[in-house]
Design a protein around this ligand. Structure first.
Ligand SMILES: [Zn+2]
Ligand SMILES: [Zn+2]
Length: 170
């Protein structure tokens, strides 16, 4: 069984770490181990945007660790050419990251909704780790591997890979 290290980048609640570890264990044949949190690399911060460049964080993690790493942060992430991203991963590679920042209903000035917030975190975690395990984007709008560029698209999909994607994993 493959080992995935779950890394909190900054302060992430124990509840969220357990949620993510469990959904990843349930979905994929992985052993998930949470490791001690580290600070987000400051060189990934872009002061003019007030956001962190995910690619730089992934590069940093690749150099620092030699194992498969899944990082969670609560800062706002972006990628070149995009206003923001929920997460990023190295396809068939070693590292992935998600941000909880824009998954929280409170970010959209809505009332707190823990259930919805946690479901979104599960979906994005399963999505990005799916990429690490070699899954690319899927056209099935219900599939967790469907690309989501908005929170509505996150809410529309399920937290599981569709049958077609699951077959690619075996
Ligand atoms: Zn994706
Ligand atoms: Zn699919």
């Amino acid at each position: 069984m493959e080992i995935l290290k779950l890394l909190p980048l900054g302060n992430i609640s124990k509840e969220i770490l357990e949620l993510v570890a469990n959904v990843l264990k349930e979905t994929y044949n992985l052993k998930v181990e949470t490791i001690t949190s580290i600070a987000i690399p400051e060189k990934s911060y872009n002061p003019s945007r007030g956001q962190y460049l995910a690619e730089k964080i992934l590069d940093f993690l690749k150099k620092k660790f030699s194992l498969k790493i899944f990082a969670i942060t609560n800062v706002d992430l972006y990628a070149k050419g995009l206003n923001f991203i929920f997460g990023q991963a190295e396809l068939g590679g070693q590292v992935a990251i998600i941000s909880t920042h824009r998954l929280n209903p409170e970010f959209y000035s809505l009332s707190p909704n823990r259930k919805l917030f946690f479901e979104r975190i599960e979906k994005e975690a399963v999505h990005e780790v799916g990429h690490v395990l070699g899954l690319s984007h899927c056209n099935n709008k219900n599939c967790v591997m469907c690309f989501s560029n908005s929170i509505l698209e996150v809410d529309r999909k399920l937290k599981k890979p569709c049958k077609k994607c699951r077959l690619k994993l075996t």
